[in-house]
Ligand binder design. Structure first.
Ligand code: BTN
Length: 257
């Protein structure tokens, strides 16, 4: 990591909870008090952890639940690139701790898989006024020691995949340092390097996927992401479609709904 990134904690207030409803909710409460600082909110467990698409997020003690509250200074149109920045920062961090032969892949829009099973997820929420982002909450959940047993996709934990993590604090420090590095890189140089890095470790191009979006469900092949982070998917009639938000299921093994 380049030395131009100063230590992340210089930029944030830090709040640590033993247990809380949801770190994303706490971040939003702080944002709505009119308080203007950046925050990192870290809870050891959550009682109402939230995932994407209205799902709950399994949140026992032992895993990591973190929300980053930012008051960004960028156009709303760039928000769609952010999940990829966070995924790459998280993926790079996880790779430092798991055995080198374990496959880490990014699944659109922002899941981290190890050996094809979900190990971490990202939930980004924001408040917008016209073209301004008032606040941004980046919630990250990492299955460190424990994972849920869900019916519609396979999960794993870092420890189950053989990760050696000296302390949780060290993992959080590495993650935040990595996030700050990519945030700075993105601000200075734009999305392209992050897009390339994400694609290097994404599920393979040509992989058969099923996408659920705005009430539709289609199957086709994964063809990459464009410069806004939209999913490019090819249907059986050779038509390529772009999807800006939704859920992707990869391989029949993981999709049992
Ligand atoms: C997903 O569905 O993949 C996203 C999961 C995001 C979970 C994290 S845990 C920390 C933060 N607080 C929450 O309630 N959710 C996010």
């Amino acid at each position: 990591m380049s030395s131009f990134v100063r230590d992340w904690y210089q930029y944030y207030n830090i709040a640590i909870f033993d247990s809380i409803d949801s770190t994303n909710e706490e971040a939003k409460r702080i944002a709505n008090t009119g308080n203007s600082g950046n925050y990192v909110i870290w809870a050891k467990s959550q009682t109402k952890g939230r995932g994407r698409s209205g799902n709950s997020w399994y949140s026992p003690k032992g895993n990591i639940y973190l929300s980053i509250l930012l008051r960004p200074d960028f156009e709303v149109s760039k928000l769609s690139q952010l999940p990829f920045l966070v995924a790459v920062a998280l993926g790079k961090t996880i790779k430092k701790f798991i055995p080198a032969d374990k496959g880490l892949t990014y699944k659109w829009p922002n899941d981290i898989l190890i050996e094809g099973k979900k190990a971490a997820g990202i939930l980004i929420e924001s408040s917008l006024t016209n073209n301004n982002v008032n606040w941004l909450v980046i919630g990250v959940g990492i299955n460190l020691c424990d994972e849920p047993d869900l019916k519609n996709y396979l999960s794993t934990s870092l420890i189950k995949e053989g990760a050696k993590i000296p302390t949780i604090d060290m993992f959080v420090h590495e993650l935040m340092q990595s996030f700050q590095f990519y945030l700075l890189q993105w601000t200075k140089e734009g999305f392209e390097d992050i897009r390339k890095e994400w694609l290097k470790n994404s599920i393979p191009k040509g992989a058969v996927i099923t996408a659920k979006y705005t009430g539709n469900r289609v199957s086709g092949t994964f063809e990459g992401i464009d410069d806004k982070g939209n999913l490019q998917m090819q249907l059986s009639n050779n038509q390529t479609i772009m999807i800006s938000s939704g859920e992707v299921f990869y391989s029949t093994k993981q999709f049992t709904e």
